[in-house]
Design a protein. Structure first.
Length: 218
């Protein structure tokens, strides 16, 4: 029993050390991606971590495993910010603007990482594509949950929340991707354009008198 306990503690310590090393290697990959964007290479990432590529792959399986781990790191950070935006304001219109702006502000701030994951990693590896597609679906599911609570205030059947949420999230995602590629307008203008369309559509669905459309501040 004593030997087994010591063995279990040893395995736990080894696992914890492996997790710490994996996190350190992800930090190195993150640093290179932030500097180089889609041009970041596995050789550069290995050099940043002061290791060889075979050691790098040993921790992630292959290049696709590293890409997936990076994508999961960024997705988790973005989801935390979006959840905060969805919960921050009880007013539906202000919440909509805050959530759309939070998403666009994040991809603007993380432009090099966004370009690396979307323009390169997702094109090269199906693991990354699945991770990013799963993120979009997760956001849509959480928006749908919020909409189920909001739609009855407009006299609208909440059973339609999921369909509309997926449509809204898909629109914002694609509009944001186009904007990141072209950068042809300030972020605030894109937020206004998207929220005007989304809110106008939702408001027009009301089957009973509801609140007047709030006007954007400023």
């Amino acid at each position: 029993m004593k030997d087994a306990a010591l063995s279990n503690r040893g395995r736990a310590a080894t696992g914890a050390a492996r997790d710490r090393r994996r996190a350190e290697l992800l930090d190195a990959a993150d640093a290179v991606v932030r500097r180089r964007g889609p041009a970041a290479s596995m050789d550069e990432i290995a050099a940043e971590a002061s290791i060889t590529k075979p050691i790098l792959y040993r921790h992630f399986g292959d290049k696709g495993g590293l890409y997936r781990a990076l994508a999961e790191r960024y997705v988790e950070a973005l989801m935390q910010e979006l959840r905060s935006a969805l919960a921050a304001d009880p007013d539906p219109y202000r919440r909509l603007r805050a959530t759309v702006d939070t998403y666009l502000a994040f991809i603007e701030r993380e432009a090099e990482a966004y370009d690396f994951l979307v323009r390169r990693a997702a094109a090269e590896r199906p693991e990354t594509r699945r991770t990013l597609a799963g993120f979009v679906r997760q956001v849509a599911d959480e928006v749908a949950a919020v909409m189920r609570g909001d739609l009855p205030r407009f006299g609208v059947d909440p059973g339609r929340a999921e369909t509309w949420a997926f449509g809204i999230v898909g629109m914002v995602h694609l509009a944001g991707d186009r904007w990141m590629e072209r950068r042809d307008q300030p972020r605030a203008e894109l937020v206004d354009a998207l929220c005007t369309l989304i809110w106008g559509g939702l408001s027009s669905l009301a089957s009973a008198p509801g609140p007047a459309r709030p006007r954007p501040e400023g």
